[in-house]
Design a protein around this ligand. Structure first.
Ligand code: HEM
Ligand SMILES: *[C@@H]1O[C@H](CO)[C@@H](O)[C@H](O)[C@H]1NC(C)=O
Ligand SMILES: *[C@@H]1O[C@H](CO)[C@@H](O)[C@H](O)[C@H]1NC(C)=O
Ligand SMILES: *[C@@H]1O[C@H](CO)[C@@H](O)[C@H](O)[C@H]1NC(C)=O
Ligand SMILES: *[C@@H]1O[C@H](CO)[C@@H](O)[C@H](O)[C@H]1NC(C)=O
Length: 363
């Protein structure tokens, strides 16, 4: 609780401090409230044009990278006299950190992004935060504070939750980093724009560009939250694999961690609350991502450069409430929140959403 208030207080103070009277002139006639932010216009121009062949890809991977870099923050390890992470080290120590099981697949995005950080002489820790969502429909605006130190050490192994982990173990780890059960769910909002390539490596050959975790992996909607509540019926490929459980839809993969968190009394209420309220979901994501972004950092030393990130277009009205996928009924929903009706049915649109014909194209 306390730390939550600290974060919003810090954020407010940082915003006030970073507002000098005159705006700095940046490249191409743009301006910024702080001259330190100008470089980020150039970084974003460059990655829009030159990273991932026209900037069409990489939002998903960048978001995952943000989490893996930040969550290695461990006050518990510090208390035990060990290095407690939290310094944006993945890019600097990719060979060590991306060799762990939890970071499988993260190496690709790190290698793609590093030359851009070097070219623009910005710190690796800032860079992993600068670009995360821009290609995704309905994305919320995220705060971007710059100025992290470039000096880091390799994060200890074992600090990133894995899909095979129990709810107890995930909540213990997340609690160490400063997130309570509801905030852990808020962070998992990211899985509404996610897919996998490394849990089941056979399915991805079938579906070419990865297996999505929900039916709309390029849209920042609440489909993930209703689809994870559905009774699992089959594996999309040759499952089960470690960390995978049966999913409700062909072509969709379900992580065991998402399955158990959706059904645990400590996390189910927050989970279910998003099914009928996508805008609340987007707001909670903004708040929790602001907290994630400053883990282990002193926000007073950072500069608010959020203004350089282009404003997202407004979320399309038709994604405000999740829809039941075609062929499913409310009977297939497995609700577990003890304090609310077992099924989030009241406002859930029972009109089935047809599944896309081409299996889930991904950005
Ligand atoms: C309990 C915690 C979590 C677990 C166990 C977990 C696990 C996973 C796994 C296994 C994948 C598939 C990776 C692959 O095979 O390529 C994945 C994908 C992803 N995760 Fe998580 N995750 C967790 C929390 C988070 C959080 C907090 C974020 C961001 C804030 C996040 C963002 C993503 C994204 C964006 C992807 C998709 C990457 C892509 O499509 O390339 N995850 N996650
Ligand atoms: C704290 O760290 C110790 C030593 O690494 C570990 O045994 C323990 O499980 C950790 N506890 C938490 C709450 O993370
Ligand atoms: C950040 O550190 C890396 C080495 O880990 C170095 O190559 C890079 O030039 C540094 N960048 C800045 C902005 O100091
Ligand atoms: C790169 O950034 C570092 C640290 O901010 C600074 O000391 C160095 O002079 C910069 N190099 C160039 C070429 O601008
Ligand atoms: C869930 O699906 C399984 C098949 O995988 C079926 O046997 C079971 O009856 C279903 N449960 C509910 C509550 O629909």
């Amino acid at each position: 609780m306390l730390s939550k208030y600290f974060v919003s207080l810090f954020t407010l103070v940082v915003a006030v401090m970073a507002a000098p009277a005159k705006r700095a002139s940046c490249s191409n006639g743009r301006t910024a409230s702080n001259p330190k932010c100008c470089v980020w216009y150039d970084v974003l121009d460059d990655i829009q044009q030159n990273l991932f062949e026209g900037g069409q890809c990489g939002s998903h991977e960048s978001l995952r990278l943000t989490f893996h870099d930040a969550i290695a923050f461990s006050p518990n390890l510090t208390r035990h006299g060990q290095f407690g992470g939290g310094d944006g080290s993945i890019m600097a120590f990719a060979q060590i950190e991306t060799a762990t099981v939890a970071n499988t697949g993260v190496d690709e995005i790190v290698e793609l992004q590093r030359p851009f950080a070097l070219k623009h002489n910005v710190s690796f820790g800032d860079f992993s935060l600068a670009r995360r969502l821009e290609q995704l429909r309905g994305r919320p605006r995220l705060q971007f504070l710059a100025g992290r130190s470039n000096i880091s050490q390799p994060a200890p192994d074992g600090l990133i939750p894995e899909p095979k982990d129990s709810v107890d173990s995930i909540l213990l780890r997340m609690g160490d980093a400063g997130f309570n059960a509801a905030e852990t769910v808020d962070l998992l909002i990211s899985h509404t724009v996610a897919g996998q390539e490394h849990i089941d490596t056979v399915s991805i050959r079938v579906y070419r560009r990865g297996t999505p975790l929900d039916s709309t992996p390029s849209t920042f909607d609440a489909q993930f939250f209703v689809e994870t509540l559905l009774n699992g019926t089959a594996f999309p490929g040759t499952g089960p694999h470690l960390g995978e459980v049966e999913s409700p839809l062909a072509g969709e993969l379900r992580l065991q961690s998402d399955f158990v968190l959706a059904r645990d009394p400590r996390t189910a209420c927050e989970w279910q609350s998003f099914v009928t309220n996508r805008d609340l979901m987007a707001l909670k994501f903004q708040i929790v991502m602001a907290k994630l972004a400053v883990l282990g950092q002193n926000p007073f030393t950072l500069t608010d450069c959020s203004e350089v990130i282009p404003n997202p277009p407004p979320a399309p009205a038709n994604i405000r409430v999740a829809q039941l996928p075609a062929g499913k009924t409310l009977q297939d929903i497995q609700g577990s929140c003890p304090s609310c009706p077992s099924r989030p049915s009241a406002r859930l649109l029972a009109r089935p959403r047809p599944l896309p014909a081409s299996l889930f194209p991904r950005n």
